[in-house]
Design a protein around this ligand. Sequence first.
Ligand code: 1CP
Length: 345
Amino acid sequence: MASDKLFIQTLKGNQKDRVPFWFMRQAGRYLPEYMALRKEAGSFLDLCYNSDFATEVTLQPIRRFNMDAAILFSDILVIPHALGQDLAFQVGEGPVLTPVNNIEKLEALSKDNFHDHLNPVYQTVSNLSKKLPDHVALIGFAGAPWTVATYMVGGRGSKDQAETRIMAYQDRETFEQLINLLVDVTSEYLIRQVDHGAEVLQIFDSWSGSLPADEFIKWCVEPMVKIVQNIRAVHPDVPIIGFPKGAGAKIKNYIKKTRVNAVSIDTSTSTSWVRDAVQPLCTVQGNLDPIMLVRGGAPLERAVHHILDHLKDGSHIFNLGHGIIPQTPPENVKMVSDILLSYRR
Ligand code: 1CP
């Protein structure tokens, strides 16, 4: 039986009076209760691999703000970690990995321990599916192969993903082998999340905006087509949200080819263009500027209404254009949540 949760109904294209909402990175450093648990856990990765703590951190923003969906607390980089790549999160620096940038290093990765390594994540999903309030949907997630590959090859975050683009253009065969591996393991990982109780999946391609059009098709669209097919072969009804950040107008072709149920829209995309060109194709999720959420006050209120006014006549889930940043005052998140809870189309 299809769920009657507002979030899931909206993803199926059935609009209701209220616009459902959640925020990317809704659990995180802007919340004092998150900081307290993170300190207790030790490191960020310890938090991700401790199912009790990860469950609690996922629930924290729901208690404060009553969103329509909770997103599993984990990170996109647990996949390379589960393949045997070294990973650490250094304070102030973000993730640091030993680069996998040639065939020898790629062949040193192994799937043997993959699901065992990720077992705590599956356990978190199971816990959450029992603990969430009845009306709140559970989102599982993974990074898209291109975005995960940029960290695996570069060994850290970067502004332009240059090292990974060089490998993709120069050593196409090895890079394709890496992407194919990621397609396989990401599909399996997401299928297991649904097996354990995830009701919706979101796939983050945060760095798809750095590729020219035909490379975007090769490294972002085609892998995503396969992942969606693999998931639907096992779980035909689970709604899938794609987030090809920075794709601009290429998002239309992304939707047509991948056949996702919804797309997340980044902040730089105009809401009137989304209404006219994207919303007729699928449900859209977005796209408040996370920096406006830091600003607060009347400008924030106006920005929220601008998005609602433009997208209310089509299938819409309110969200940010990217994740909440640590400087965000929780009371601003509360203000936006309260507007959305009382808003009617
Ligand atoms: O506590 C801390 O210091 C760690 C900060 C943090 C958090 C809270 C990181 C490190 N990851 C996360 C959680 C996280 N990451 C979630 C949890 C669920 C939620 O949304 O509440 C999700 C979905 C992610 C996904 C993620 N991790 C992405 C894709 C989405 C996006 O933001 O673009 C990416 C690119 C990462 C990599 C990552 N994780 C963390 C850092 C600092 C980075 C690097 C970002 C960069 O390169 O700029």
